[in-house]
Design a protein around this ligand. Structure first.
Ligand code: 13P
Length: 264
């Protein structure tokens, strides 16, 4: 089956509202040159305080709300309550989000997120009608010890545990080797494709062949305009989760342009 590519920009903890607005306008004006059919699915994950603004520009910019989706960078699995500093799926949806990134290695590493928490978040996101972008990835030590596949397979099994095949099919996974994030060191495309194929086979085991065929699996880690064509030419890479290069309209737009050259 042909899977529509996703190019997602994870802005992490960057950009004040005025800066987010300027960047987003630079992206949306570029997208207005194309139809939604020509474009990959474009997703932007700003900080919480800019979600509403980015969403309203997306709806009113004339490029059509259907070309741009907004994502949260995290959420809590409960719908409300005494969880200071957290945000619920319903709140993200209310602000205009369609996707939520969960299990990013920075959250696992700096905020002690566990596989169990990520599974609860994935279930809450799907129950709330949004789409989880579930991140996984190995450390350099794990790669050098030859345990990449075992580690990633276990992260994926845990994240998808107890989720119906139908919900798995609409979810998104992002394979982000930790050693490639923010380092300028991109994972070799053929190797990223090999790991992503392995992830697809784990999805097939837990949710069936049809869900494995439908689920979109992205690569993330130092994606640049110069790397995306080769990455998108691989059989199983369905798009990219972009950090640093999504913070400038020129580089993000070029990533979208180069994606369209090979695979929309
Ligand atoms: P970089 O593209 O800056 O390496 O970040 C990748 C990432 O963590 C996206 O979620």
């Amino acid at each position: 089956m042909s899977r529509k590519p996703i190019i997602a920009g994870n802005w992490k903890m960057n950009l004040l509202q005025s800066e987010a607005k300027a960047l987003f306008e630079g992206i949306s004006s570029y997208l207005s040159n194309y139809t939604a059919v020509q474009l990959p699915t474009v997703v932007i994950a700003p900080v919480f305080t800019s979600i509403n603004q980015v969403h309203s520009i997306a709806c009113n910019c004339g490029c059509g709300g259907n070309k741009l989706s907004v994502a949260g960078q995290n959420c809590h699995w409960e719908s409300s309550g005494a969880y200071t500093g957290e945000i619920s799926v319903e709140m993200l949806k209310d602000a205009g989000c369609e996707y939520v990134i969960i299990g990013h290695s920075e959250r696992r590493q700096y905020f002690s997120e566990t596989d169990e928490m990520i599974n609860k978040k994935a279930k809450a996101i799907l129950a709330g009608g949004l789409i989880p972008i579930i991140c996984c990835g190995e450390t350099l030590e794990q790669r050098e010890a030859g345990s990449t596949d075992v580690h990633i397979a276990s992260q994926i099994r845990a994240a998808l545990s107890g989720i119906s095949s139908e919900d798995v099919a609409k979810s998104v996974i992002a394979y982000e080797p930790i050693w490639a994030i923010g380092t300028g060191k991109t994972c070799d495309s053929a190797e990223a494709n090999r790991v992503i194929k392995m992830i697809r086979s784990v999805v097939s085991e837990v949710a069936g062949a049809s869900a494995a065929d439908s689920i979109r699996i992205l690569y993330g880690g130092s994606v640049k305009p110069s790397t995306i064509e080769e990455q998108m030419s691989q059989s199983d890479i369905d798009g990219a989760l972009v950090g640093g290069a999504s913070l400038k309209a020129d580089s993000f737009n070029e990533i979208i342009a180069n994606t369209m050259k090979v695979s929309v």
